[in-house]
Design a binder for this molecule. Structure first.
Ligand SMILES: [Zn+2]
Length: 428
């Protein structure tokens, strides 16, 4: 018995394909992609007429809070949120309690992810032990246990010497570094973008330099060590120039933008609402426009969510609450509405930024590609459906996000992971 997806508009960046095609899946592998595949008895058929059929989305940046903070999220609920968002592979950041700095914890998360069976959960290893910035984690042990990348996400490794040592080790293994760029000494208690808005609200600000300084340093270190560098959640207008210039020099660098940074500005902040507190913060209109231009031009080539669940109680404390918002269940719709509908990027580029580019950066040739022999991970997205975002509809454990009631267009209809339909919007 095969699963056949018929009549969909297949968007497959690796082959530059944007046409109506049928797809055949056998087991957990794509077995054929052809103009017409005729089902035989017992084959299961999904009619994707009018829909985009994309390689399963890959979110390079999520927080599943397991181990240690499962009141916010756990691997099962996070996986469910991923499936509902069309995401078939996630990279879980290591700033859990305890920090994932050893192979045993990597295996613990991978096993739990496999048990949930709703998305491919890949655990990122921390750069330093306990994320204390003093001593390297067991990088080789974690590489052997299958980490897709290393990251100190949540902060930066401020000791450049130590960071360079880590980069040398992972460069040899071809494992990328996911860099959260934040100069700890420059933050000085900031909770939102530094400028007139923070002054008006009487809140401490985070300047663009906090991010830019570390981005430049990390690019220099990547250049020196040959490590593949991926800059997380770029938020400043300067990051456009910094990355563009580094790429022109041949540095192996890529940049990601989160939906909130290309959607919102500091002017959208509702005073006292913790759902507008994230790190890096939403910034000025000028910054947002530079990010959108960078996405349109391909300077930034990845869209990821920084899905950061927190309980309602934690988030009730306004700008004294922890940083972060959830994003897995809204990212495809926000990307389509803000970037594709506005003509900034094509549907094919959306598939590239949300799937095949992450696969390429991670060196996963089995993912992000709708072709025979590749993993049967597929996202079916209906670009015609309009709806309002409501946290009450979320299946993830936490509901912290600033889009309540926002109208969007485009919706994930079905998510196929490993050949199985793991989410079906019509079944609920
Ligand atoms: Zn971060």
């Amino acid at each position: 018995m095969s699963l056949i997806i018929k009549n969909g508009r297949v968007l497959n960046p690796p082959t530059n394909t944007d046409e109506i095609l049928d797809i055949k899946i056998d087991g957990n592998i794509i077995s054929a992609v052809e103009a017409e595949i005729v089902p035989v008895s017992f084959d299961e058929v999904i009619d994707a007429k009018g829909c985009y059929v994309m390689p399963g989305l890959i979110d390079m940046h999520v927080h599943f809070r397991d181990p240690g903070q499962t009141a916010k999220e756990d691997i099962e609920t996070g996986s469910r949120a991923a499936a509902r968002g069309g995401v078939t592979t996630v990279l879980a950041m290591p700033n859990t309690k305890p920090v994932v700095d050893n192979p045993e914890l990597v295996k613990y998360v991978h096993e739990k992810g496999e048990k949930a069976g709703l998305t491919r959960v890949l655990q990122v290893g921390s750069v330093t032990k306990g994320m204390e910035g003093k001593e390297l984690s067991d990088l080789q042990g974690m590489i052997d246990a299958g980490i897709p990348a290393i990251s100190e996400d949540g902060k930066s490794v401020m000791d450049s010497g130590l960071y360079r040592e880590a980069m040398k080790i992972v460069a040899k293994a071809g494992v990328p570094v996911l860099a959260h760029c934040e100069d700890i000494n420059l933050v000085q208690g900031g909770v939102m973008n530094m400028g007139s808005r923070s002054e008006n609200l009487g809140e401490k600000g985070i300047s663009n330099a906090v991010e830019n300084i570390i981005e430049v340093r990390d690019i220099m270190l990547s250049e020196e060590t040959g490590a593949t560098l991926h800059l997380c959640h770029c938020s400043t207008k300067e990051s456009y120039d910094i990355i563009k210039e580094a790429k022109a020099r041949g540095v192996k660098v890529s940049g990601e933008v989160c939906p909130h940074h290309f959607t919102l500005t500091e002017d959208d902040i509702i005073p006292g609402d913790g759902n507008y507190k994230m790190n890096p913060p939403v910034r000025t209109k000028e910054d947002r426009e530079a990010l959108r231009r960078g996405l349109a031009e391909g300077v930034f080539e990845v869209i990821s969510t920084d899905h950061a669940p927190h309980t309602a109680e934690e988030k009730s404390k306004g700008f004294a609450s922890p940083f972060g918002i959830v994003g897995l269940e809204t990212s495809a719709s926000l990307t389509y509405t803000e970037l594709v509908l506005s003509g900034l990027i094509t549907p094919l580029t959306m598939a590239a930024y949300m799937s095949s580019n992450p696969a390429r950066i991670l060196g996963r040739s089995d993912l992000g590609n709708i072709a025979p022999g590749k993993a049967a991970d597929i996202t079916i997205f209906d670009p015609t459906i309009s709806y309002e975002i409501h946290a009450a509809d979320f299946v993830g454990k936490s509901k912290n996000m600033p889009y309540e009631g926002r109208k969007v267009q485009g919706k994930v209809l079905k998510t196929i992971y490993g050949g199985n339909v793991v989410y079906d919007s019509e079944a609920n």
